[in-house]
Design a protein around this ligand. Structure first.
Ligand code: SF4
Length: 269
């Protein structure tokens, strides 16, 4: 049995997305936050997205995994890492609630530990759980092809240039679009999300919107959540309308919309 590193496991509600197909916005999920992020480790020449809200998950080998003691209580116990896929399944079963919709595989980057992830997915599917994959990047497209037909829902985080996720930004975007295509072909209900800030440039966002339009996948315009100690600010209402207008040039009205991180506004996990 394989073992892997997980940052935290908890039950909450999906706070991102909107009404587009593939989104699980507002639905109850158990979140498996996998450790490690190739973008933060410099695979694309930078040191992580400037607005990253889960930098603790950059550590690919944390000693401890935080596990919610009871669904919704928001208090945690520590488990020693690495965990086996069986231990992960047991925790999921313990946190299951009647309204559970799906299991969110998030991070860090869940595709960073492929063999372990595959075994976790296998166990979850054997127990009839639906899978929601939230991914930003993998260079292992063959692995993604191998598991794609087991993923029910997916969000691919397409990085705006101002996120500073890559020193060769257009190459990164094209690779992320390839990930979207692989998932779509496999039958996953998939959407793309792009986090925008007041620094996002219209011409950069247009590149992303056009590529999403070419493969006809929904594109959610997600407004960055500003951090207390950072200069990153939300786009103005005028900018938001410019970006949604650009998306609407390439996608039908049911395939684009705006999103904020709802969980941050109501102060839940
Ligand atoms: S890819 Fe995700 S986890 Fe990695 S730095 Fe960017 S936002 Fe953070």
């Amino acid at each position: 049995m394989l073992e892997g590193y997980i940052q935290e496991i908890f039950s909450s509600f999906q706070g991102e997305g909107t009404s587009v197909e593939g989104s699980c916005y507002g639905l109850r999920q158990i979140f498996l936050r996998f450790s490690g992020c190739p973008i933060a480790q410099g695979i694309h020449g930078t040191k992580g997205c400037i607005w990253c809200d889960s930098p603790l998950a950059w550590n690919s080998n944390p000693e401890k995994c935080l596990v919610e003691i009871q669904a919704g209580k928001q208090s945690f116990e520590e488990k020693n890492n690495p965990l086996t896929s069986k231990e992960v399944l047991d925790i999921v079963k313990r946190l299951e609630t009647k309204d559970l919709h799906s299991i969110s595989l998030t991070g860090g980057e869940p595709l960073y530990q492929p063999e372990f992830l595959e075994e976790v997915i296998q166990r979850l599917k054997e127990n009839d759980y639906q899978i929601f994959l939230e991914t930003a990047y993998t260079n292992n497209l063959e692995f993604l092809k191998k598991i794609a037909n087991k993923i029910d829902f997916a969000c691919v985080d397409i990085k705006d240039k101002s996120a500073n996720a890559s020193s060769q930004w257009e190459i990164l975007v094209k690779e992320e679009i390839q990930m979207c295509e692989i998932l779509k072909v496999a039958g996953t209900k998939i959407f793309a999300k792009c986090v925008i800030t007041s620094s996002t440039k219209k011409e950069d966002f247009e590149i992303i919107a056009k590529l999403c339009g070419e493969i006809d996948i929904p594109l959610v315009v997600q407004l960055v959540t500003p951090k207390m100690d950072s200069e990153i600010t939300q786009p103005s209402w005028g900018q938001i309308q410019e970006f949604t207008g650009i998306a609407a040039k390439y996608l039908s009205s049911d395939k684009t919309g705006i999103s904020v991180q709802m969980h941050k506004f109501i102060n839940i996990l």
